[in-house]
Design a protein around this ligand. Structure first.
Ligand SMILES: Nc1nc2c(ncn2[C@@H]2O[C@H](COP(=O)(O)OP(=O)(O)O)[C@@H](O)[C@H]2O)c(=O)[nH]1
Ligand SMILES: [Mg+2]
Length: 454
């Protein structure tokens, strides 16, 4: 969802890489590029203005660390400011002291209210709550039928209403009573939407608010509509007072501008993002993770945290030096693979890697742990001299190694090919901005062989 913005920002950082020092002049040109990148991602212009001012002030201020290179300084500052604009910390749902907590789900037609109500019911039920659903769309029987079907799919109870309950507030109050009587602790109220904000809709929602004292009024916004989503969130907030936003359809080709703007413009936090049509496609929103994704760093920081716990630090530093100097033998390669195995399932490590920029092409590559075992066995069967210099491994040596490790000559050939590719990749990475950044960041020795091409 942030791929485009991400790529553009990486280009800015790359351009700064050649600069020896951060100066007013090179900073201004970087800021100009960052500004354009943000505007092209459809970020609200007020938000862009604020961000650029904050970044400039910080870059020129005292907070600049002499130990970092210009591009690292700017990455650090942009990261901090993005997090700030996105909301600093995760905004959890609020619950009433006295259950059931009522959550009003509001928004324009087609934004994803009914779907999100179902997703939220599922999410709540998996996070220690027992929700009940109700649709108060008295104008469209089809809308209520849609929620009924969804409730069945997510396996959560729905209040269906009695024939004499004709208004939204009658329905909602009965549903609340039913929730209390059946021990449900959250009532999710799916409200009617309109194509445009109109007075009748607002009056109806205000009435629901007065009667139900909802713990949350969640505005559902369609990320694909970009700044329009931000504008209507703002309007709903002014007229109704929302407490949070669910941004849907973030799986589509939304440019991400809405996500970056909504908090600043409305003052209300993004609480969840919808990332697909299925009912498990709802994620709590984490500003820091989103900022990392925007910068194209994946969750590198958490990857490093994880690795740091598992790995001998001294060895890591040494390995890092070797990686950066490209003085990396088959023996080191074997050590790397052993460390990778220590880190546990490779899949989860791969998920944390950046998916854009230089590593983009590798995103579909999978590594199989059994294969690592075989590779380690092959290297074990080599002599120290062979491990030190793979160039001497000719045909007869390959045959001997294959016999010794219980593999085939093809396996040995394949390993040597992978090793050369890995070296080549290392070279381009360590020369690239990512390599420099990682060089300073104590990168885990497993990196980047989790992405080793097969
Ligand atoms: N791809 C995608 N589609 C979504 C998401 N949320 C909702 N939709 C789709 O958007 C359309 C409208 O959703 P609906 O819940 O009926 O909107 P409502 O009119 O606000 O209740 C449906 O086709 C949903 O499947 C999402 O996060 N991702
Ligand atoms: Mg609906």
């Amino acid at each position: 969802m942030f791929d485009n913005l991400s790529e553009k920002l990486q280009r800015v950082f790359k351009n700064l890489r050649g600069e020896g020092k951060l100066t007013a002049a090179n900073m201004e040109s970087a800021l100009r590029e960052i500004r354009i990148a943000l505007l092209e991602a459809d970020v609200n212009f007020k938000v862009v203005k604020q961000l650029i001012e904050n970044i400039r002030a910080k870059a020129m201020g005292e907070e600049v660390l002499a130990a970092l290179s210009p591009s690292q300084q700017v990455i650090k500052i942009v990261n901090e400011e993005l997090i700030k604009i996105l909301g600093s910390h995760e905004s959890k749902l609020r619950f009433a002291n006295d259950p059931p907590s009522v959550f009003l789900i509001v928004g324009l037609q087609g934004s994803g209210k009914t779907t999100s109500a179902g997703k939220l019911a599922r999410w709540l039920s998996r996070n220690g709550h027992s929700p009940m659903l109700v649709s108060v769309d008295v104008y469209r029987p089809a809308a209520r039928e849609q929620l009924r079907v969804i409730a069945r799919e997510v396996n959560q109870p729905i209040y269906e209403g009695a024939p004499e309950e004709k208004t939204p507030s009658e329905l909602a109050r009965s549903a609340r009573r039913e929730s209390a009587n059946t021990g449900r602790d959250v009532l999710l109220v799916d409200t009617a939407g309109r194509l445009h904000i109109d007075d009748q809709l607002m009056v109806e929602l205000q009435e629901l608010k007065e009667q139900l004292h909802p713990a949350e009024i969640l505005f559902v916004a369609d990320a694909m509509t970009g700044q329009d989503a931000v504008k209507s969130a703002d309007e709903f907030h002014k007229r109704l007072g929302i407490t949070g936003v669910i941004l849907t359809k973030m799986d589509g080709d939304a440019r991400g501008g809405a996500a970056l703007s909504i908090r600043h413009v409305t003052g209300q936090p993004l609480k969840f993002v919808g990332v697909g049509e299925k009912f498990d496609a709802l994620e709590p929103f984490h500003p820091d993770r989103a900022a990392n994704r925007i910068l194209g760093m994946g969750d590198i920081l958490s990857l490093i945290d994880k690795a740091a716990q598992e790995i001998d630090q001294k060895k890591a530093v040494e390995m890092q030096r070797k990686l950066l100097e490209n003085d990396f033998t088959l023996e080191d390669f074997r050590d790397q693979l052993r460390q990778i195995r220590k880190l546990g399932p490779l899949g989860s490590l791969l998920d944390m890697m950046p998916k854009v920029g230089m590593l983009k092409d590798l995103k579909d590559v999978k590594v199989d742990e059994k294969e690592i075992g075989r590779v380690v066995a092959i290297i074990d069967s080599m002599t120290p001299r062979e491990r030190d210099n793979h160039m001497i491994i000719n045909g007869s040596r390959r045959r001997r190694i294959a016999r010794g490790s219980g593999t085939s000559v093809q396996d040995v050939n394949q390993l040597l090919k992978q090793y050369s590719q890995a070296r080549k990749m290392m070279k381009s990475l360590s020369g690239g901005f990512l390599g420099k950044k990682l060089g300073k960041m104590k990168l885990p020795p497993g990196f980047p062989f989790g992405d080793m091409p097969r």
